[in-house]
Write a protein that binds this ligand. Structure first.
Ligand code: SAM
Length: 288
């Protein structure tokens, strides 16, 4: 294992190990994460009770201390003292990767500032898991949680209206319906929405549909609003292309029965493509 972040000995080098843990299925923990959690001097966890269950499940007895949103500043000072004393410290959160919509960034920045080694031990992350089954490729923007206030939420969403990348959101179950309504209002019915729920858990479901169909789909069954969610909106540019292609297809069909002007108007209304663009396309086709 030489050349790796860990050495062969039982004792780990002094460092802050940022360790990803499962987002549901307890089996989703890497061999390396288990080794690190077993070998460090202390594990800082967001919720020591939740993490005690995980460690016990794997027969790990390392002592646990808490580092959460409300004590992060104080706990950070404690972690710095541990690192200065030459101890190996692990940081975990309740689920997934620490510091990703979770506490951790503060202690990581402070440890770096103080000149300590920081070692990522990668693993589960809800956003990446959802993206991996969304069928979307290319760049994405990880937003995480949107503001709870509707006006702040809409304002933020509007800023990304024509962003040529997928938008990835975390959302709490009691706000999913409201959030989807906002996504629809800002991005329109044609963009694709991936609703990834309860990933790696018993009631895991991944539903992909046009944004315009999402509210009705969610309202159809109360269970569809339960659990933990990742929402992904497909990129604007790709959708614009898809809409134009669909517009052309419908235009060609309508042209068999209608004058160009009417066909372009109807094709635009049906598909959301631009009327003028379709009209010009029709003119070019006529000229050929
Ligand atoms: N650090 C975590 C990560 O790496 O994904 C995220 C923690 S954040 C506090 C919790 C949010 O992540 C949930 O509200 C939900 O939006 C999303 N999430 C976590 N686990 C999930 C799962 N199993 N399925 C779907 N979304 C999940």
């Amino acid at each position: 294992m030489s050349g790796h972040a860990e050495q062969h000995s039982d004792k780990l080098r002094a460092a802050l190990y940022v360790v990803a843990t499962p987002i549901g299925n307890l089996k989703d923990i890497t061999l390396r994460a288990l080794e690190v959690l077993r070998s460090v001097d202390v594990v800082y966890a967001e919720d020591t009770r939740t993490s005690a269950t995980l460690l016990a499940h794997h027969g790990i007895r390392t002592s646990l201390r808490s580092l959460h949103e409300h004590n992060e500043a104080r706990a950070t000072q404690e972690v710095l003292r541990e690192l200065e004393a030459g101890r190996a410290v692990a940081l975990i959160s309740d689920a997934g990767t620490p510091a990703i919509s979770d506490p951790g960034a503060l202690v990581v920045a402070a440890a770096r500032e103080a000149g300590h080694r920081i070692v990522p031990v990668p693993g589960p992350n809800a956003a990446i898991a959802a993206l991996s089954v969304s069928g979307i490729s290319g760049p994405f923007l990880f937003v995480g949680f949107l503001p709870a206030k509707a006006s702040a939420r809409r304002k933020l969403l509007e800023g990304w209206r024509s962003a040529p990348y997928a938008l990835v959101f975390y959302e709490a179950p009691h706000r999913v319906a409201e959030c989807v309504e906002d996504l629809l209002a800002v991005y329109g019915p044609g963009r694709t929405l991936t609703i990834a729920r309860e990933l790696t858990k018993l009631y895991e479901s991944v539903h992909v549909c046009p944004l315009g169909e999402a509210p009705a789909w969610l309202a159809e069954d109360a269970n569809r609003l339960r659990g933990e969610f990742v929402l992904i909106v497909s990129p604007a540019a790709a959708d614009a292309d898809a809409t134009r292609i669909e517009g052309e297809r419908v235009l060609k069909l309508l042209r068999e029965a209608l004058p160009l002007k009417d066909a372009a108007r109807l094709a635009a209304a049906i598909t959301g493509a631009r009327k003028n663009e379709l009209y010009e396309l029709g003119l070019r086709d006529q000229a050929e």
